[in-house]
Design a protein. Structure first.
Length: 129
Protein backbone atom coordinates (compact mmCIF):
# COMPACT_ATOMS: atom_id res chain seq x y z
CA UNK A 1 0.00 0.00 0.00
CA UNK A 2 1.01 3.57 -0.61
CA UNK A 3 1.90 6.13 2.05
CA UNK A 4 1.11 9.85 2.07
CA UNK A 5 3.84 12.35 2.95
CA UNK A 6 2.84 15.85 4.01
CA UNK A 7 4.63 18.95 2.79
CA UNK A 8 2.38 21.83 3.73
CA UNK A 9 1.90 24.37 6.53
CA UNK A 10 -1.28 23.07 8.14
CA UNK A 11 -2.46 20.06 10.05
CA UNK A 12 -4.28 17.38 8.14
CA UNK A 13 -7.93 17.26 9.17
CA UNK A 14 -9.58 14.01 10.22
CA UNK A 15 -11.69 14.18 7.05
CA UNK A 16 -8.61 14.59 4.87
CA UNK A 17 -6.88 11.67 6.57
CA UNK A 18 -9.94 9.45 6.13
CA UNK A 19 -10.30 10.44 2.49
CA UNK A 20 -6.60 9.84 1.82
CA UNK A 21 -6.99 6.34 3.16
CA UNK A 22 -10.22 5.67 1.27
CA UNK A 23 -9.66 7.38 -2.10
CA UNK A 24 -5.89 7.24 -2.45
CA UNK A 25 -5.48 3.87 -0.75
CA UNK A 26 -3.03 5.32 1.77
CA UNK A 27 -1.89 3.09 4.63
CA UNK A 28 0.26 5.55 6.61
CA UNK A 29 0.44 9.34 6.76
CA UNK A 30 3.84 10.89 7.50
CA UNK A 31 4.54 14.42 8.67
CA UNK A 32 7.94 15.84 7.86
CA UNK A 33 10.51 16.22 10.64
CA UNK A 34 10.54 19.56 12.43
CA UNK A 35 13.53 20.91 10.49
CA UNK A 36 11.78 20.26 7.16
CA UNK A 37 8.51 21.76 8.45
CA UNK A 38 10.33 24.91 9.57
CA UNK A 39 12.19 25.18 6.28
CA UNK A 40 8.97 24.75 4.29
CA UNK A 41 7.18 27.39 6.38
CA UNK A 42 9.99 29.91 5.85
CA UNK A 43 10.76 29.96 2.13
CA UNK A 44 12.82 33.14 1.65
CA UNK A 45 11.44 35.77 -0.70
CA UNK A 46 14.70 37.53 -1.60
CA UNK A 47 16.83 34.98 -3.50
CA UNK A 48 16.36 34.69 -7.23
CA UNK A 49 16.56 30.91 -6.91
CA UNK A 50 15.49 28.67 -4.03
CA UNK A 51 16.71 25.38 -5.50
CA UNK A 52 19.65 25.11 -3.09
CA UNK A 53 17.43 26.12 -0.17
CA UNK A 54 15.14 23.17 -0.95
CA UNK A 55 17.97 20.60 -0.98
CA UNK A 56 17.04 19.23 2.50
CA UNK A 57 13.46 18.70 1.27
CA UNK A 58 14.73 16.67 -1.67
CA UNK A 59 16.91 14.57 0.64
CA UNK A 60 13.92 13.94 2.95
CA UNK A 61 11.81 12.87 -0.04
CA UNK A 62 14.54 10.59 -1.41
CA UNK A 63 15.20 8.97 1.97
CA UNK A 64 11.55 8.34 2.89
CA UNK A 65 9.33 7.87 -0.15
CA UNK A 66 9.08 4.94 -2.52
CA UNK A 67 7.42 4.52 -5.88
CA UNK A 68 3.66 4.47 -5.49
CA UNK A 69 3.59 6.90 -2.55
CA UNK A 70 1.78 10.23 -2.56
CA UNK A 71 3.05 13.60 -1.37
CA UNK A 72 0.71 16.46 -0.45
CA UNK A 73 2.46 19.65 -1.59
CA UNK A 74 1.08 23.10 -0.74
CA UNK A 75 2.77 26.35 0.18
CA UNK A 76 4.96 28.87 -1.62
CA UNK A 77 4.05 28.67 -5.31
CA UNK A 78 7.61 28.50 -6.57
CA UNK A 79 8.64 25.90 -4.00
CA UNK A 80 5.59 23.79 -4.83
CA UNK A 81 6.43 23.95 -8.53
CA UNK A 82 10.02 22.88 -7.91
CA UNK A 83 9.09 19.98 -5.62
CA UNK A 84 6.36 18.77 -7.99
CA UNK A 85 8.93 18.79 -10.79
CA UNK A 86 11.37 16.97 -8.52
CA UNK A 87 9.03 14.10 -7.62
CA UNK A 88 7.71 13.66 -11.15
CA UNK A 89 9.54 10.78 -12.73
CA UNK A 90 10.39 9.25 -9.35
CA UNK A 91 7.13 7.32 -9.08
CA UNK A 92 5.80 9.53 -6.28
CA UNK A 93 2.47 11.21 -7.05
CA UNK A 94 2.16 14.88 -6.03
CA UNK A 95 -1.31 15.94 -4.85
CA UNK A 96 -2.90 19.05 -3.40
CA UNK A 97 -6.02 19.69 -1.38
CA UNK A 98 -8.96 21.48 -2.98
CA UNK A 99 -11.34 23.59 -0.91
CA UNK A 100 -14.62 25.36 -1.29
CA UNK A 101 -14.68 28.93 -0.01
CA UNK A 102 -17.82 30.25 1.57
CA UNK A 103 -18.21 33.94 2.34
CA UNK A 104 -20.70 35.34 4.84
CA UNK A 105 -21.29 39.07 4.90
CA UNK A 106 -22.83 40.64 7.99
CA UNK A 107 -23.95 44.25 8.31
CA UNK A 108 -22.88 45.59 11.71
CA UNK A 109 -24.89 48.14 13.69
CA UNK A 110 -22.27 50.87 13.21
CA UNK A 111 -22.44 50.65 9.40
CA UNK A 112 -19.38 48.44 8.99
CA UNK A 113 -19.53 45.16 7.11
CA UNK A 114 -17.98 42.04 8.57
CA UNK A 115 -16.87 39.46 6.01
CA UNK A 116 -16.04 35.93 7.16
CA UNK A 117 -14.51 33.29 4.91
CA UNK A 118 -14.72 29.60 5.68
CA UNK A 119 -12.74 27.06 3.71
CA UNK A 120 -14.11 23.54 3.50
CA UNK A 121 -11.93 20.70 2.26
CA UNK A 122 -13.39 18.96 -0.80
CA UNK A 123 -10.87 16.47 -2.25
CA UNK A 124 -7.30 15.68 -3.18
CA UNK A 125 -6.31 16.37 -6.76
CA UNK A 126 -3.22 15.19 -8.58
CA UNK A 127 -1.01 17.93 -9.96
CA UNK A 128 -1.39 18.17 -13.72
CA UNK A 129 -4.88 16.64 -13.83
Amino acid sequence: MADLFLLFNHSLTDRQAAQARQELGVAEIHEPPLDISRLWANIPSEPESISDFLAPVYVWIDNNTTAGDFILIQGDFGACYLVVQYVNGRGVTPVYSTTERRAVEKQLHDGRVQLTHTFQYVRFRKYGK
